[in-house]
Design a binder for this molecule. Structure first.
Ligand code: AGP
Length: 613
């Protein structure tokens, strides 16, 4: 949601910023713009995709070695050029880009209008430019003016400011949790961005700004302070993401690439955590003694969307292996129902981006009530990472496609390892059982690779038959019920086909009324403790002339005979099966969306990090 990039150095700044914005396209946006300072402040903005902005830049280039840019996801006012960022004051002296919402913007706007300021846009952001202008007009320097202006704002923001009056600097601030902002450190050049991929081509050394941190970025260096003016020391972090992992390479879409990254990301997740000779699992980052592990009374998983479904699979793993009570909560609902939490509760947040505002709010609720906070996140230095007592960093690498794929299977692998680890610490998992489980784990990357082979499943036939359908039903039971939900979500998100995921046993309580020859029913029927139950669901769908696409183990001829079409996966331990069963569902959605001509990597209305409530 909204992206910010800034550059100051010796290169053509608008090119660096435009390329950085392209790397943030996955966050979702509907207009874009860049401001540069080359003696004077100059701005180009365009509605729609960055290609529109690129055309404007070709027609009328922006010169100079300092620029800030923005991709806007409309909140206040429609996604038209006048509302695109950067916003400038009347004198065209100051340019501002912002992520977040100025909650008191109506009051500020009225006050500024009363004082004679004229507004050119419908946005909340424009009040910031006028506030800075107001402070500058009293003789303040840029940093002092920005500090005063930022102090007037309510809400959570990341803001970057530049001015032709002081053309050697960019001022940036983070206020609250509305998406992160990082400073990238280079040689004779420095950067700022909402997310790491934007600057990964230039530097892997970054500084994460926290709530109330301000940075003044020049080509020669960066100085940090708190919003109130007090100095603050910031440590830089080396990001171990390979810049190549943020490009599509041989693939047409990031989503396709990321689906194919999964054997590698599962392998990287397992590597270093598992002792295959003893079956023991290591999780030093949780700082847990066996006594503390035994004292945990309950794990409450909080997450949204795909991460929520990962949590639902995790419940099966944690309850079975660690014998601990687990609940899985929509983070967006959590704080509104006065949950029962105490110091024996662990709140486990799952978030690919680490910046989802609902998930952060759920963690804060947990903190207030004395719970321990753990998280599984993909983005190092993100807010969820920062506020957790212990974090498991996913080894998925950057995930650019808006529809989450490899972060899902990486999370499931982490949850499996965490369940084994807690089971071992709590004494609920024996050495023999551990040894048996890690044998299955060792084969998992290879089995994921099998499912991805070109000739393993026939997606072409399925796409041919089903890409024009308007509705799909996905059914699963046990640990595959959340996979049915996730499969339906993937189809909805990228192909815009209505799809519902359901626990199969609930079908007879309502959805069965929908079954006819027009709505494909995707049944996940793998060999586990609910296999016979799922088989009977397949029979019930068939008895009503329903169309069954069955996701089965590769050697299952019985279900194959009863189904219209099948998707296959290799056999593994039932608790690991969801990690494989989701892969054909990701691929099916991907191929259907491509056939329907949808924008797979940037589906309409969606954003990669959801930083507003
Ligand atoms: C996944 O395909 C979705 N785009 C979405 O549901 C996502 O999983 C959700 O917004 C949570 O994001 P997070 O993992 O970054 O917190």
């Amino acid at each position: 949601m909204c992206g910010i990039v800034g550059y100051i150095g010796t290169k053509d700044a608008s090119t660096v910023v435009l390329n950085g914005l392209k790397k943030l396209e996955y966050r979702g946006y509907d207009s874009a713009g860049i401001a540069s300072v080359n003696g004077v402040l100059d701005i180009r903005r365009a509605q729609g995709k960055l290609s529109n902005l690129e055309v404007k830049l070709l027609e009328k280039p922006l010169l100079g070695n300092l620029a800030i840019g923005h991709t806007r996801w409309a909140t206040h006012g429609p996604p038209v050029e006048r509302n695109a960022h950067p916003h400038a004051d009347e004198a065209n002296n100051v340019a501002v880009v912002q992520n977040g919402i100025v909650e008191n913007f109506m009051a500020l706007r009225r006050q500024l209008q009363d004082e004679g300021h004229e507004f050119k846009s419908d946005t909340d952001t424009e009040v910031i430019t006028h506030l800075i202008d107001k402070a500058l007009s009293t003789g303040s320097d840029l940093v002092t003016a920005c500090r005063w202006a930022f102090q007037q704002l309510e809400g959570a923001h990341a803001i970057a400011v530049t001015s032709q009056q002081e053309p050697d600097k960019i001022v940036v601030v983070r206020l609250g949790n509305a998406g992160g902002v990082i400073v990238g450190l280079g040689n004779g050049e420095n950067f700022l961005a909402s997310d790491i991929p934007a600057i990964l081509d230039h530097t892997q050394t970054v500084v994460f700004l926290e709530d109330q941190d301000m940075a003044v970025i020049t080509a020669k260096g960066v100085t940090y302070s708190r919003l109130d003016g007090s100095p603050v020391e910031k440590q830089s972090t080396h990001i171990n993401w390979d810049p190549v992992s943020a490009v599509k390479g041989q693939y047409t879409h990031f989503m396709e690439k990321e689906i194919h990254d999964q054997p590698q990301s599962i392998q990287s997740t397992i590597r270093g955590r598992v002792d295959f000779t003893t079956g023991r699992i290591a999780f030093e980052e949780l700082h847990l003694t066996p006594e503390q592990a035994k004292e945990i009374d309950r794990v409450m998983i909080v997450a949204c969307g795909t991460s929520f479904y990962a949590g639902q699979v995790g419940r099966f793993m944690l309850e079975k292996l660690a014998r601990v009570k687990v609940s899985v909560e929509y983070a967006s609902e959590f704080r509104y129902r006065d949950p029962l939490i105490d110091d024996k509760t662990v709140i486990l947040a799952i978030s690919q981006s680490g910046e989802t505002v609902d998930t952060l709010a759920a963690l804060e609720e947990g903190r207030e009530q004395g719970a321990q906070l753990w998280s599984i996140v993909n983005v190092q230095g993100s807010m969820v990472h920062k506020i957790s007592d212990g974090t498991i960093l996913m080894q998925a690498g950057p995930e650019i496609g808006v529809a989450s794929t490899k972060a899902f299977t990486t999370t499931l692998t982490d949850l499996f390892l965490l369940s084994m680890y807690l089971g071992q610490q709590r004494g609920t998992l024996s050495d023999e059982e551990s040894f048996e489980l890690v044998k299955h784990l060792a084969h998992l990357p290879e089995l994921a690779g099998e499912v991805l082979k070109d000739d393993y499943n026939d997606y072409e036939t399925l796409v041919h038959h089903y890409h024009k359908k308007d509705h799909f039903l996905y059914l699963g039971r046990g640990a595959n019920y959340p996979i049915a939900m996730e499969g339906a979500l993937k189809l909805k998100e990228i192909s815009y086909i209505h799809a519902e995921g359901y626990p199969a046993g609930e079908m007879k309580h309502g959805p069965i009324a929908l079954i006819d020859e027009d709505m494909p029913v995707l049944c996940i029927v793998t060999k586990d403790n609910v296999y016979d139950k799922m088989l009977s669901q397949v029979e019930q769908v068939r008895a009503r002339d329903g169309v069954v696409i069955a996701l089965i183990n590769e050697d299952d001829t019985l279900v194959a005979e009863k189904s219209t079409h099948v998707l296959r996966i290799p056999t593994t331990h039932p608790l690991l099966t969801p990690i494989l069963s989701v892969i054909p569902l990701q691929l099916l959605s991907y191929h259907i969306a491509v056939r329907r001509g949808a924008d797979v990597d940037q589906p309409r209305n969606l954003a990669k990090s959801v930083t507003v409530e």
